[in-house]
Design a protein around this ligand. Structure first.
Ligand code: HSE
Length: 436
């Protein structure tokens, strides 16, 4: 039986999972594939680190050159994370004629153009199923099963840490700080959670979903990214009263009217009865709307040693099948020959419904002053509720749900409202998504 060698760069959580499957499931894989996959070399930073799974010591090395550039290792799996030396090693591997599998979303979101270009030049594969939504095979579905579709929208819950925190805030009325501390204690959040809670991790994944869906590779700086750190328990209570839940939602959608892309990642109110609203805890989900397929909804584990390793293994297996067939990559990395140049709509021009939570002094004329400001900025009120006095915020809560309005107008109205003496605390704004 043919044997295909695989080299691994990095033996952290996901790398250990990949090594474990390759070694423990070797027979099963051979039976399913009709060829052997052999873990030939694993490059680690420190030979004596404690690991979740320890491969035989004779295949460990601290020298990346024992994996990258080795002619008898046609598949290199990059699971080191970070931008460097991952970028350099991936480019070197592609240049040396090796195929690359990676789970590194930040690397591809930041250096994707250079890396995809190199893969195209060298005719090698760069696969990245594990970079988006962990175990969910969404990349393959976008690249293959849905190829015939004009993708209209992609929505996602792409970060397990924040989804866990928001679930606790929804179900147990916890503050953000308490939910984060609990997530850290349970191992669902990192000691430095910035990348997750500020939305950068999900934004990197959204870049990749956008590239696959529309052939456009945006930069994170091209779109609005807002994390979950400013959400308060009152936002969740009010959302429930209006029939919504709050999720950190990634959105990439084509505005049919003007042909521009709307890309955004921010806390979003979703109808409580939507499938996406029921995705709780560390789970991820992606909904793809194709012109022919209609809505496809996928959900599964977005992180963790074995779920992510499952996705990496899918890429290794697919690459090994192409190698065995002696063919060039059957499906190019992005599924688009050349990246398209459609433009991304500035957030200021996007039209959405908004949830606004004002805290005001309870006296005659305040509601009329606020509604007057909204009206002058062309913002129509869909619903309004006034709540009782909240000592912590020094006023009564006034919640307004708007019809669709331009973000630019909404921001101008809020800036004007902030000048009213009647406001006793900063106004909270959460965007609403009803198309899901
Ligand atoms: N930290 C990520 C999450 C997983 O919480 O979903 C890796 O992207």
């Amino acid at each position: 039986m043919t044997t295909i060698n695989v080299g691994l760069l990095g033996l952290g959580t996901v790398g250990s999972g990949v090594a474990k499957i390759m070694i423990e499931e070797a027979d099963l894989l051979s039976q399913k594939l009709g060829h052997n996959l052999r873990l030939a070399k694993v490059c680690v930073r420190n030979l004596s680190s404690r690991r979740n799974f320890s491969p035989p010591t004779e295949i460990l090395t601290t020298e990346p050159g024992e994996v990258v550039g080795q002619p008898d290792i046609p598949v290199v799996v990059e699971l080191m994370g970070g931008l460097e030396p991952a970028r350099t090693l991936v480019l070197q591997a592609l240049s040396a004629g090796q195929h690359v599998v990676t789970a590194n979303k930040a690397l591809l979101a930041v250096h994707g153009r250079e890396i995809f270009q190199k893969a195209a030049e060298t005719g090698r594969e760069i696969k990245f199923e594990a970079a988006v939504a962990g175990a969910i095979p969404v990349i393959r579905i976008l690249k293959e099963g849905l190829t015939a579709n004009r993708i209209q929208s992609v929505f996602g819950i792409l970060n397990g840490t924040t989804n866990h925190i928001l679930t606790r805030m929804t179900k147990d009325a916890m503050t953000f700080q308490a939910a984060l501390a609990e997530a850290q204690q349970s191992g669902y959040a990192e000691a430095d959670p910035t990348n997750d809670v500020e939305g950068f991790d999900a934004a990197h994944k959204l870049v990749l979903l956008t590239a696959l869906s529309y052939g456009v590779l945006p930069q994170v700086s091209d779109f609005h990214v807002e994390g979950v750190t400013r959400l308060e328990p009152e936002d969740f209570t009010a959302a429930a009263e209006f029939g919504y839940v709050i999720k950190l939602l990634a959105v990439s959608t084509l505005d049919q009217a003007d042909g521009r892309l709307e890309i955004r990642l921010h806390p979003t109110m979703l109808p409580a009865k939507s499938l996406m609203a029921g995705v709780n805890g560390v789970m991820n989900a992606v909904m793809i709307r194709g012109h022919a397929s209609g809505d496809i909804f996928l959900s599964g584990a977005g992180a963790g040693m074995m779920p992510t390793a499952s996705a990496v293994m899918g890429d290794i297996i697919e690459t090994s099948r192409d190698l065995r067939a002696g063919s060039a990559p059957q499906v190019p990395a992005l599924g688009w020959k050349n990246l398209q140049s459609w433009s991304v709509k500035p957030q200021q021009e996007i039209r959405l419904s908004y949830f606004l939570r004002f805290t005001v002094i309870d006296k005659p004329g305040v509601l009329s002053a606020i509604s007057g400001i909204l009206g002058r900025h062309d913002i129509s009120i869909a619903q309004a509720i006034q709540k009782s006095f909240e000592p912590a915020r020094g006023g009564v809560t006034l919640i307004i749900l708007t019809h669709k309005a331009r973000e630019m107008d909404l921001q101008a109205a809020l800036a004007e409202a902030e000048k009213l003496d009647a406001l006793t605390a900063p106004t909270r704004l959460i965007r609403v998504e009803n198309q899901i």
